[in-house]
Design a protein around this ligand. Structure first.
Ligand SMILES: [Zn+2]
Length: 351
């Protein structure tokens, strides 16, 4: 039995059901919101989110993992109000979202810095997982960091190592925002492995932005889950290409490494709702249920494959706190038919 922390309390991992591993309720900047969003209506935004998430539940999705962390506008009291009104389960995250530097709040505090002290980021992340976030009692169920085209900058590396250390202390799974264009998922795996992370508990996020199946297999062979998690962002990779890549991964025996999501949101302050709908008309919570799953089935996946992807693969089930702490827990150490560290029990691509 693995316990998963949701906004409304702990549940057994078997209760998560069909899970999208990367969806945001809100993406915003609090300072921008407080100074420039004159039209912000808190009650209307909550009503809207409740409506969209209720619709998602009606389309057969039981849970979402919301990797909205520092840098993306995490505010748990607002999420609590929404979670109380929807049947859908929400797992929230801790971590820090930066492509370059750490925020100034951490610039001078940490090992070897002006204020020489243990890494405050690690302490924050561990507290969020073990005690709860900002006095709400809501515990983070997943850790998050990012590595983009700028690569492993000092700030990105500091956050990533803190996330890795928090994983080692808590067993919480990790999701990493990566960019396949510079294969930054491989860098994330190296750094996290150096920190002692069990790579089978790591989702390499935004892997679905590429159709380079060999790159994806390298990530999976190291044990990680692949975040095929931007369905609807056709401007980065069209749906049919994303679907074709998943079909090829499954054909090669990697069904146990595939996870799904849209990386969508109920509200984002990057652009207006109209501009969002114009630029990415399919970028909404209905797309996977209405379009993607039918296309996967038509392309040859079985209903059982889809259940594996949606129900079995999301990482709280692949190994939660208890699993990670159990000696020999997780998939690390298993050897695939190709002799690599692949965790898949299905047929191996290289066998
Ligand atoms: Zn995201």
């Amino acid at each position: 039995m693995t316990t998963v922390q949701t906004v409304t309390g702990p549940i057994d991992s078997s209760e998560l059901g069909r899970t999208l591993v990367h969806e945001h309720v809100f993406v915003l900047n609090t300072e921008y919101n407080q100074n420039y969003q004159d039209d912000w209506d808190e009650e209307e935004r909550i009503r809207d989110a409740v409506e969209k998430l209720t619709e998602l539940k009606g389309l057969g999705i039981d849970s979402i993992m919301d990797p909205t962390v520092l840098g993306l506008g995490r505010y748990i009291p607002r999420i609590q109000r929404i979670a109380a009104q929807v049947d859908l389960q929400i797992v929230v995250a801790t971590g820090l979202y930066t492509y370059n530097d750490v925020p100034h709040q951490f610039e001078h505090r940490g090992p070897g810095l002006l204020v020489d002290m243990p890494e405050p980021l690690t302490e924050m992340f561990v507290k969020d997982v073990q005690e709860g976030i900002a006095g709400t009692g809501v515990r983070a169920g997943i850790l998050k960091c990012a590595i983009e085209l700028a690569g492993l900058t000092p700030g990105v590396e500091r956050v990533m190592r803190a996330v890795g250390q928090a994983h080692v202390q808590t067993g919480a799974p990790i999701t990493v925002h990566t960019n396949p264009a510079n294969e930054s998922g491989l860098v994330a795996q190296r750094v996290l492995e150096e920190e002692g992370v069990d790579l089978s508990k790591v989702i390499i996020g935004h892997s679905g932005d590429t159709n380079d199946v060999d790159y994806l297999c390298r990530l999976a062979d190291a044990g990680s889950m692949l975040g095929m998690d931007r369905f609807g962002l056709d401007l980065f990779n069209p749906m049919q290409e994303r679907v074709g890549t998943i079909i090829e991964l499954v054909r090669r025996g990697y069904v146990e490494h595939v996870t799904l999501a849209h990386d969508a949101n109920c509200f984002i302050d990057y652009f207006s709702a109209d501009a969002k709908a114009h630029a990415a008309p399919n970028w909404h919570f209905r797309h996977i249920s209405e379009d993607v799953i039918p296309a996967l089935l038509e392309g040859g996946l079985t209903e059982a494959d889809v259940e594996t992807i949606l129900v079995d693969n999301p990482p709280p089930r692949a190994g939660g706190v208890e699993d990670a702490r159990r000696p020999g827990g997780g998939a690390a150490g298993r050897v695939s038919p190709c002799g690599g560290p692949c965790t898949s029990s299905s047929r191996c691509a290289r066998a």
